[in-house]
Each structure stands twice: as structure tokens, then as C-alpha cells.
Design a protein around this ligand. Structure first.
Ligand code: ADP
Ligand code: MG
Length: 459
């Protein structure tokens, strides 16, 4: 597509480049120098396309960062400069095709569009690179069924599980499968956070109709990390209407979350029950055999020479989710290439000892959690697990319940037993209470974040 530009494209490219000079000057004074140099300066203006100014980011990091943090600002300043509301269409420069530079004009490099319906799934997130075990079988089967025949069987498909267990991988796999069959199929992937940001921005810029069209004009709607919108009433309302529209018109909906619908406490009940109306599939942490198979498969993909013995040492020894396991493989392979190139059992054991044995990364124990809360609030540990109803003590206890659940994902019943044989409903209430407070109170949110972070000194 990049070599078929018309004169009009060239003019529009020049117009955008001229505007960009002024926009840059303004941005420079509105953000820190480091942010400007690192994230905004590297953006390349491409051209106007209808109501959008198309920019290209040189890499995933800049692309994601700008989308997350600076898109609204960019939009405001560009709109202001151009004199009419302009949407920013930020694309990722394709690595494989370097940009042509013709006559000083910034003509289009090959770009990866990522608007709804033009989603480009991550290359390595495919069904055939997803290792199936007892822990994820149902979610995998559901995802495959949806990809084979969107909108007909499980609608919605709701996949939940802790971070780093392959939810996003499955969403991309669904998209890839469908697009392989029919590249024109309108597949949209959006994180709930992005949805919320786009929605707010559409409200601010009076472009709500357009936003709605972009979300509703799809055949498959993949929404990642839906838990993000819990407690955000306006966004939930919008999700609710989009959901209904798509479901009524037979479009496929797939949602991912870090917890089951019932535990999305601040989510509107109407949404929760809709989420449950199709197939709800969980993903649990994989057992050792599955972890070993994942390592062997990743090693093969990356061209790393990994024996079964070494894979097993890592699968057993590295605590945490699949993402952490992948990190361990990279670390071991990097160390081997520095040494003599051989990924030996001893080398793997040495790395485990140095980087993963320290208590830090292993999941903190219940005692460590209570200790940390006790130190922070200056309240004795046995009071935290005791029965006092005094407000400061009860508050510290609720925070401890919240953190325990966040970190361990243990059942309410089990958590109740840790806190002196308490009823599971009181544990749920304590958790819910802190969730609500954290959503409103920035200081408490920071406290909880710090407590959790300090329990994982290695991360
Ligand atoms: P989540 O969205 O649940 O937080 P991701 O989908 O981002 O997790 O997965 C984290 C990493 O772990 C990704 O690189 C993904 O490919 C890998 N991964 C997770 N589960 C599996 C699996 N069963 N087989 C292969 N890779 C997996
Ligand atoms: Mg994810």
C-alpha cells in the first residue's frame, strides 16, 4: 500500500508535517524534556485520513506508552493546531519494511493498523503455541470453538484467571484464526482500559456517535481485562449497551478478566449476569508437567537448546506464573550464551539459587503478609488475625484479607480459616470493602500497592 500514494496523499502528508512542527513546539513545553525526547519526538506524522491524523510509532514500547499516556494530549493539541477535531490514529511501524524516503516527503511506511476491524494479533500468540493442560483445557476449547464459528456457540465466552496465565494469548489466537480464514472479518480487540479512555475522550470531544459506531460495527468483539471497568459507572453503562447491541445482532463477544463474574464486585449486576450467560471458563496455574511443556515449546520457538532435564528443573523451581517462567528461560539462555553456550542442569540450578530461591519471588506466605501489614499499621499480628472490632484493627485486618486474596487467590473458605476460622462471607465482605476504598482513596491504593510490592522484592 505504501507505494501507491496519490498527489492528494502527498499534500496531506505535507500539511500534517507542517502542523506537526507547531504541535511539537507546544508539546515540548507541556511535558518533561525526557518524556518529549523519548516518546513524542520519535513519532512520525504520516498524513490525514478523513477525520484522523495518522502517526507512526517506531516500536511497540513507544506505541503503547503514547497510546496509554499521551494520546488525549496529542489529540487536543493537534485538533487545536488544525482548527477542527482530529482523531489520532497511531500505528506501529512494521519492522520488516523500512520506510521509503522519497524527495524529502514522509511517505507511508508499511504500517500495522490497529483500529477496530483491522486488528493485527501478536505473531507468537497462536493456538498452536498454546500448551494445553488440565489447568486451561476448558478455556482453550471454548476459544477454539468460538474461532471456528463466531457467534454461534458460546456467546459470550468469559475467560478468567490470574495474570500471566495466557488470557491475552487466547484472545489473540482467536483473532488470528478468524483472520487467517477471512482477512476481511471485522475483529476488534480492545482492553477495557483503552475502551474507558476512548470513551471518555469521545465524550469530551463530542464524538460519541463515532465511538459507538467503531465499537458496534464489528463481528467479533474481544475485550481484555474487563475487571478494569468495575466501579466506573459511565463506562460500564456504555459497555452494557455495546454488549447488548452485539449480542442481539448475533456478534461474537469474548471477555477476559482476572476473576469470575461473581467476584467483579463493583460491576453492575446486569453486566455480571450477562457475562455469565454464555460459557465461563477459568484458567488455573499450570501443573509442573504443563509448565515443562510450555518451556520446551518456547525454547523451540526461540531456537534455544533446552533438554527435558533442564526444563523440568526450571518448571519445578521457578515460582509464579507463565510470564515469570518465560523470563527464567530467557535468563538461563542468556547466561548460557555468556558462558560456554551450554545450558546445563548446573547452570539452571545456579540461576534458580541466585534469582528465584530468595524468599522474595516465591509467593509470599500468609505470615509474611500479616507481618507486613502489622509493621505498616503498627498493630500486633495476633490482633490482625484476632477478633477485636476496634476500627483501626479491623481496618488493618481487612487490608490483610484483601492482600491475601490478591496474592494467593485462595478460596474464601481457606482465607477464613487463616484468619482464625472466620466465616467465608465475612472474608468476602472485608475484601469488597477494601476494593471499594482503594477505588476511591488514592492514599490507601498506594499503601496497598507498596505493601504488595514489598512482598516481592525481586520484581
Ligand atoms: P494474561 O493475559 O493471562 O495475563 P498472557 O496471555 O499475557 O497472560 O500470557 C503471559 C505469557 O505467558 C505470554 O507470553 C504467553 O504466551 C505465555 N503463556 C501463558 N500460558 C501459556 C500456555 N498455556 N502455553 C504457552 N504460553 C503460555
Ligand atoms: Mg492479559
Amino acid at each position: 500500500m505504501s507505494d501507491q500514494y496519490s498527489l492528494e496523499d502527498q499534500e496531506s502528508s505535507v500539511r500534517l508535517r507542517q502542523a506537526w512542527d507547531n504541535v511539537q513546539a507546544r508539546l515540548r513545553s507541556e511535558v518533561t524534556a525526557a518524556v518529549f525526547e523519548r516518546f513524542l519526538k520519535p513519532l512520525r506524522p504520516l498524513r490525514f485520513e478523513e477525520d484522523a491524523a495518522v502517526f507512526v510509532a517506531p516500536g511497540t514500547f513507544v506505541h503503547e506508552w503514547v497510546k496509554e499516556k499521551y494520546l488525549a494530549k496529542l489529540q487536543t493539541v493537534v485538533s487545536d493546531e488544525v482548527g477542527s477535531p482530529i482523531r489520532i490514529d497511531l500505528r506501529l511501524e512494521a519492522r520488516e519494511k523500512p520506510a521509503d524516503d522519497m524527495g524529502g516527503l514522509t511517505l507511508g511506511p508499511a504500517v500495522v493498523a490497529d483500529g477496530p476491524g483491522r486488528f493485527k494479533p501478536v505473531e507468537k500468540y497462536r493456538f498452536d503455541t498454546f500448551i494445553v493442560g488440565a489447568s486451561n483445557r476448558l478455556a482453550f476449547a471454548g476459544a477454539k470453538a468460538v474461532a471456528a464459528d463466531p457467534g454461534s456457540k458460546y456467546n459470550p465466552l468469559f475467560i478468567y484467571g490470574s495474570p500471566g496465565l495466557g488470557k491475552t494469548h487466547l484472545l489473540h489466537s482467536i483473532a488470528r484464526k478468524i483472520l487467517e480464514r477471512d482477512p476481511q472479518f471485522a475483529v476488534a480487540y480492545i482492553s477495557a482500559q483503552q475502551f474507558a479512555e476512548d470513551f471518555v475522550h469521545a465524550l469530551q470531544t463530542n464524538r460519541i456517535d463515532q465511538f459507538r459506531r467503531s465499537q458496534r460495527n464489528v463481528q467479533v468483539w474481544l475485550v481484555d481485562d474487563i475487571q478494569f471497568v468495575a466501579g466506573r459507572d459511565k463506562t460500564q453503562e456504555e459497555i452494557f449497551h455495546t454488549f447488548n447491541h452485539l449480542q442481539q445482532t448475533g456478534k461474537q463477544i469474548v471477555l477476559c478478566s482476572d476473576r469470575p463474574p461473581r467476584e467483579l464486585f463493583l460491576m453492575d449486576e446486569r453486566l455480571r449476569s450477562r457475562f455469565e450467560s454464555g460459557l465461563v471458563a477459568d484458567i488455573q496455574p499450570p501443573d509442573t508437567e504443563t509448565r515443562c511443556a510450555i518451556l520446551l515449546s518456547k525454547a523451540k520457538q526461540e531456537g534455544i537448546d533446552l533438554t527435558h532435564e533442564v526444563a523440568m528443573i526450571l518448571a519445578e523451581g521457578v515460582p509464579g506464573n507463565v510470564r515469570i517462567l518465560e523470563g527464567a528461560l530467557t535468563r538461563v539462555a542468556a547466561q548460557a550464551s555468556i558462558d560456554d553456550g551450554v545450558l546445563s542442569p548446573d547452570l539452571a540450578r545456579g540461576i534458580l539459587e541466585r534469582h528465584y530461591r530468595s524468599e522474595g519471588l516465591a509467593r509470599p506466605s500468609f505470615n509474611q503478609i500479616v507481618d507486613a501489614v502489622s509493621r505498616h499499621y503498627n498493630i500486633a499480628t495476633d490482633e490482625i488475625t484476632g477478633i477485636s472490632r476496634k476500627a483501626p484493627i479491623a481496618h488493618a485486618r481487612h487490608v490483610a484479607v484483601y492482600i491475601t486474596r490478591e496474592i494467593t487467590r485462595d478460596s474464601w473458605k481457606h482465607i477464613g480459616s487463616l484468619f482464625g476460622d472466620r466465616d467465608h462471607t465475612s472474608m468476602m465482605h472485608a475484601y469488597q470493602k477494601v476494593s471499594e476504598l482503594v477505588a476511591r482513596d488514592k492514599d490507601l491504593a498506594a499503601t496497598v500497592r507498596n505493601l504488595i510490592r514489598n512482598l516481592y522484592p525481586e520484581i
